[in-house]
Structure formats: structure tokens, C-alpha cells
Ligand binder design. Structure first.
Ligand code: PMP
Length: 311
């Protein structure tokens, strides 16, 4: 842990502005507007090998919907219909011969005006697919990870609109993540500007106490698709799930704390700020939900056929 899990990303082809180009030819000019000011939006999607030998993209429609919502919030017009982007995401997995992997659609502003009004700059779209293992490490999935509460606050909703997955917003996450790693943790937990628990740098957070599951409302956090999936699965397994304000010390005395995200999937936290959480290892509710999540992504849960887009 602590290593960069995306180091050495490579593949064969990248979808760029409507067509596939060889991986090494997907280049942009240094005057690309998004490179300077961060106005762009993106998604993170996973494709899984399923029970019957086929591969399926998990919750493709919801991810593409959020990509367009993020663009809308930021007043970016994506120059392709949603259906074409869905198709291009599927094709990106196929063109790179992946049975499992991660897909990163990115909508960005190209070169043109260099001021802060990019009115006529072209809106460009790239879709990149690559093989990606466990984001917070194999061991972390089983043993749980160690997290620290960051000294950086999560964005106020009126400073960055939290329903948008906007490129520049991730500077805040990177600052928190790097400090957490330097401090010997695996991940940072961020508080909002009122001091309530918000989310991790690229994951939503949940706590379990007395079998009740709680997660912060979507006022300062991304409306995570894994968050919604896990809430649905938890309720289907008979748990009460509440969207609720959470304080930092409630995390310390929780029975279990875990993170959710497309990259991190369902990752237990065993320690926060040098305080053991619960029994200091993956708890039973987290383990059950992890299992339910992997059943869902691998086609072993017949209750949600709409969650899987088979290739
Ligand atoms: N919060 C943040 C800040 C994120 O970047 C992500 C990853 N997209 C999440 C939460 C989890 O969202 P999802 O489950 O949709 O991947």
C-alpha cells in the first residue's frame, strides 16, 4: 500500500473525439484549456468478468447520466449523444481486449481562448480503458485500511457543486491523499466546512453501529453510484440505512466503517487517526456487503439485471 496503483497504465487504443486512435497518439496541445484551469468532467467505470464467462460494465447508464449531469452543472455541452458515449465505452473495453478493467471517460475543453471564458473552445471527449486491480490494495480489502482525518476540508457546495465530478475539484482530494500517505495512512477522510464527516478523497464513507448503517447526505459528497448500490443491497439484506450527519468521533466509536467507490469497491477501514475501529479488522456487516457487491458486479444477483451491460 502507498504505491501508486495506476502506475504504468497502458493499452492499445483510446477513443478520442469520435474515433479510436493508437494509444500513444492520443495527445493534446499544451494550450488545452482544461489543463490550465481544470474545467472538465469525468467518470470512473468498471467492467467485470461475470459468472457465465461474459464481461459486463457495471451501471453504465448511471455513469453516463452522471457524466452528462456533471457537464450540465458546469455548462459544458457534450458534442455527442449519450447513446454514442455508451457505445464508445463498451467499444473501448473490447478494442483493448479487456475482460475486466476500468474506463475513464473525460470531457475537456480544447485550445482556443486562454482567458476564463472558454466560450468557443472545442469540447473534446476521450475514453480510456485499462486493467486496474484493487485501488486500495488486495490486503486492504480483507484486513481493512488505515485512514486519517485530513486537515483539508471538503469543498463547500457553493464553492464547488458536489454533484458534479469536475476535474479541478480533485486538487483538494490530491492534497488530502498525499498528506495521508506521507503520514503513513492509506486514505484520507475529509470533513465538510461545518466539521461533519464528508467523504474520502475518491470514495463515500459509511459507518455501522448496532447494525444500523449511516452515511452522510449528498450535501458535500459525490452522489456515488457504489454508495447507492450498497444502500440498496443493504436494505435488501434487511438493514436500516440512514443518510445522516456524522461527526468525527462517531467514526471512532463505530462498530465498523467502510468506503465505497467504483475504484475502491467496498473497502473496510480498521483504524482512524490511530484509534482502532470496532474489532480492528473487517467487520461482519462490511464483509456481507462486500460479498453482496461482488455478487452484483459478477452477475450472481438476479435481482438487478439492469445494473449490468453485457459486452
Ligand atoms: N466521492 C468522490 C469524491 C469520488 O471521486 C468518487 C469516485 N467517483 C466517489 C465518491 C464514489 O463514487 P462512485 O461510487 O460513483 O464511483
Amino acid at each position: 500500500m502507498g504505491k501508486n496503483p495506476s502506475a504504468g497504465v497502458s493499452g492499445e487504443k483510446i477513443w478520442l473525439d469520435g474515433r479510436f486512435v493508437p494509444w500513444d497518439e492520443a495527445r493534446v496541445h499544451v494550450l488545452t484549456h482544461t489543463l490550465h484551469y481544470g474545467l472538465g468532467v469525468f467518470e470512473g467505470i468498471r467492467c467485470y468478468a461475470t459468472e457465465d464467462g461474459r464481461s459486463a460494465i457495471f451501471r453504465l447508464k448511471e455513469h453516463v447520466r452522471r457524466l452528462y449531469d456533471s457537464a450540465h452543472i458546469n455548462r459544458i455541452d457534450v458534442p455527442f449523444p449519450k447513446e454514442q458515449i455508451e457505445e464508445a465505452i463498451r467499444d473501448s473495453v473490447l478494442e483493448n481486449h479487456l475482460s475486466e478493467g476500468y474506463v475513464r471517460p473525460l470531457v475537456f475543453l480544447g485550445e482556443g481562448a486562454m482567458g476564463l471564458n472558454p466560450a468557443d473552445n472545442p469540447v473534446r471527449v476521450a475514453i480510456v480503458a485499462w486493467a486496474w486491480g484493487k485501488y486500495l490494495g488486495e490486503e486492504g480489502m480483507e484486513r481493512g485500511i488505515r485512514a486519517g482525518v485530513s486537515s483539508f476540508s471538503r469543498h463547500h457546495v457553493n464553492a464547488k457543486m458536489t454533484l458534479g465530478k469536475t476535474c479541478g475539484d480533485y486538487v483538494n482530494s490530491i492534497l488530502a491523499k498525499r498528506d495521508a500517505l506521507l503520514d503513513g495512512y492509506d486514505e484520507a477522510i475529509m470533513l465538510d466546512t461545518h466539521g461533519r464527516v464528508s467523504e474520502a478523497t475518491g470514495e463515500n464513507i459509511f459507518l455501522v453501529r448496532k447494525s444500523i448503517i449511516r452515511t452522510p447526505p449528498v450535501h458535500s459528497v459525490l452522489d456515488g453510484i457504489t454508495r447507492e448500490t450498497v444502500m440498496t443491497l443493504a436494505r435488501e439484506n434487511g438493514f436500516t440505512v440512514a443518510e445522516d450527519e456524522i461527526t468525527r468521533d462517531e467514526l471512532y466509536v463505530a462498530d465498523e466503517v467502510f468506503l465505497t467507490g467504483t475504484a475502491a469497491e467496498v473497502t473496510p477501514i480498521r483504524e482512524i487517526d490511530h484509534r482502532q475501529v470496532g474489532c480492528g479488522q473487517r467487520g461482519p456487516v462490511t464483509e456481507l456487503l462486500q460479498g453482496a457487491y461482488f455478487d452484483a458486479v459478477s452477475g450472481r444477483n438476479p435481482a438487478h439485471p439492469d445494473w449490468l451491460s453485457y459486452l
